[in-house]
Design a protein around this ligand. Structure first.
Ligand code: GLY
Length: 343
C-alpha cells in the first residue's frame, strides 16, 4: 500500500483484485464505469452510470449527465462515487465528484496501466473543451485508489505497451534503477516484477505530487517530460492514430534530442532514452513530426507554456530533470525537421 499526502489529508493506493473491488463497494455507493470495462467485468451493481469509451466522453454533456443522474438517485454530501475505468472515466467521474454539491467522496479504480501509474494518482480531474484537453478541471484528491492488477489481463496489448511509456518516463526523470530495468528488458503482463515496477512508478509520482500538489513550483510539471511534444502530436492527429503513451514515447525521444542540442541532456542519456523506447517496443518517430509549424503552434498552447514561451521538462541525467521555461521555436523546428528526414 502506498500513502499519498495532500493538503486536506491523505489517501492510500491499494493493490487488489477486481473481485475485491466489486465485493467492497457499499450498497449505497454510486458507480461510473467505462462501457467496455463493464462488458468484460460485469459489476452486478444497480446504481451504475455507463460512460461511453473514448476521450470524447470527457465533455460537458457527459458531466451534466452524471450530475443529473446523481441528483435523480438522491446523492448527497455523504455519498461516495466509484470511478472504474481508464483515465477518461477517472478524470470525468472525479470532476463530477469534485463539483456535485461542491464535492463528494470518490474512489479511483484504474483499469488501464496508464491510469494505474499516472492519472489515478495526484488528484487531477478534468474534462476537455474543443479548445483543448483538460482545460476545465480541478485538483481534487480521491478518498482511495484501488488498483486491480488483474484488470490488465483484458487490456489490449497495444494499450498495455502504451502505459509502459509513463513508467519509462518515471524512471528517466527520477529513478536510475527503474531505467536500468526498463532499458534492458521488456515489461509484460507475465513479468515477475510487474507489480513492483508499477509500485515504484506510483511511488515516484506520489512523491512529486506530494511536494507540488497544485503544480505551482515547477516540480509537478517535470512529470510532463515527453508531453510538450506528445500532447502536440496527439492534438494534431485529432487524438486518433497514436495512443497517449505512444505520443509521449516519441515526445521523450524528440525532447531529449532538443535537450542535447541545448547542452542540457548528455548525449549518452539520449541513447538510453532511445534504447528504453526500443526495448519496450514503443515508437520513436512518426510522419506527423513533419508538420513542425503546426506542432509548434500547438505547443504554445500547452498548459506549462506562459506568454507563448514553450516549456519542456528536459533530462539533465538519468533519473534527473528540470523544467526549461523557454525553449526556442527555431531549435524545436530544426530538431523536428531532422526527425522528419529520418523516416
Ligand atoms: N500527469 C501529470 C500530472 O498528474 O501532473
Amino acid at each position: 500500500m502506498i500513502s499519498v499526502k495532500h493538503s486536506r489529508g491523505a489517501y492510500n493506493v491499494r493493490f487488489c483484485s477486481f473481485a475485491e473491488v466489486i465485493g467492497g463497494i457499499p450498497s449505497d455507493a454510486l458507480v461510473v464505469v467505462d462501457g467496455n470495462v463493464a462488458k468484460l467485468w460485469p459489476l452486478g451493481q444497480e446504481r451504475t452510470f455507463f460512460a461511453p469509451p473514448g476521450e470524447q466522453t470527457k465533455c460537458f454533456a457527459e458531466l451534466e449527465g452524471i450530475h443529473r443522474w446523481l441528483a435523480k438517485l438522491g446523492a448527497d454530501r455523504s455519498s461516495i462515487l466509484y470511478a472504474i475505468g481508464g483515465g477518461v472515466v477517472g478524470d470525468l467521474a472525479g470532476f463530477a465528484a469534485a463539483t456535485y454539491m461542491r464535492g463528494i467522496r470518490y474512489v479511483q479504480v484504474p483499469t488501464t496501466l496508464l491510469a494505474m501509474v499516472d492519472s489515478s494518482v495526484g488528484g487531477k480531474v478534468a474534462i476537455d473543451i474543443p479548445e483543448g484537453k483538460n482545460l476545465v478541471g480541478s485538483f481534487y484528491p480521491p478518498t482511495e485508489v484501488q488498483t486491480p492488477l488483474d484488470a490488465l489481463t483484458t487490456l489490449p496489448p497495444r494499450e498495455f505497451t502504451a502505459g509502459v511509456a509513463e513508467i519509462v518516463k518515471a524512471g528517466l526523470i527520477a529513478d536510475e534503477r527503474l531505467t536500468a530495468r526498463l532499458s534492458t528488458g521488456k515489461l509484460t503482463l507475465d513479468s515477475s516484477d510487474l507489480q513492483s515496477v508499477i509500485e515504484t512508478s506510483i511511488k515516484i509520482k506520489a512523491a512529486v505530487v506530494e511536494a507540488d500538489e497544485e503544480e505551482r513550483t515547477g516540480l509537478r510539471a517535470t512529470l510532463n517530460f515527453g508531453h510538450t511534444i506528445g500532447h502536440a502530436l496527439e492534438a494534431h492527429l485529432g487524438y486518433k492514430d497514436l495512443l497517449h503513451g505512444e505520443a509521449v514515447a516519441i515526445g521523450m525521444v524528440v525532447e531529449s534530442a532538443i535537450g542535447v542540442r541545448l547542452g542540457i541532456t548528455p548525449p549518452s542519456v539520449l541513447d538510453v532514452v532511445r534504447q528504453s523506447i526500443d526495448v519496450q517496443a514503443l515508437p520513436s518517430n512518426h510522419t506527423v513530426l513533419a508538420n513542425a509549424d503546426e506542432l509548434i503552434a500547438l505547443m504554445r498552447r500547452d498548459k506549462k507554456s506562459e506568454g507563448g514561451h514553450i516549456a519542456m521538462s528536459l533530462l539533465t541525467g538519468i533519473g534527473q530533470c528540470k523544467l526549461v521555461p523557454n525553449v526556442e521555436a527555431t531549435l524545436i523546428r530544426e530538431v523536428l525537421n531532422e526527425f522528419a528526414k529520418d523516416q
